[in-house]
Design a binder for this molecule. Sequence first.
Ligand code: ADE
Length: 228
Amino acid sequence: MTIAVMGAMPEEIEPILKRLDTYETVDYAQNRYVTAHYGSHKLVIAYSKIGKVFSALTAATLIEKFGAELLLFSGVAGGINPELKIGDLIVATKLCQHDLDITAFGHPYGYVPEGAVFIKSDATLRRQAMAVAKSMNIELKEGVIATGDQFVASLERKAWIEKVFHADALEMEGTSVAVVCNALDIPFLILRAISDTADMDAGFDFDTFLKSSAETSADFIMKMVEQL
Ligand code: ADE
């Protein structure tokens, strides 16, 4: 099977590339795509650059140009749910765009006509992720992930996203990837390790924990690939 493994930043895919003996690269649409064989699978790996637009472009390219039949996203997130501590893993049950706002026309936050506030992730992949967590003896939380083109470092904004979307974590790419996969009928999983808690210390914590949390997430994703 051809499996896409994507992140947003170089730090999110470097731990994956380190595990490969050999790989090839293809430059396309101002981005670099890495192809490799891993066990019985073909992997296509890329980081998109930060945000909804770049991540949608990369997800669509992984599927349409490189033939990905399944997409696994690995990266870091800001925690909202107080149970989520730095380094903890969360897999999205459903995802939404917290910065999408046409409420002026009477629509709910996160909604545009012919879209949906929430996009559900693939239940089978989630079950497989929970089984992998069990086999590794680590805790994997399931929850709502909210996406927006904002680095959130404010208790006020974080509380608003929690109140409106009941989100457990937030980041900047998951929902755009989910929208693309959903539209193209490709099963997807969005996995994140917490790098900060989206409060006034978020910038400092993000810089401090990006590498270690990205590695935690990438290690888990590769365990999943091995069991698919
Ligand atoms: N990714 C990791 N931490 C984040 C934050 N605080 N805001 C947005 N995206 C993030």
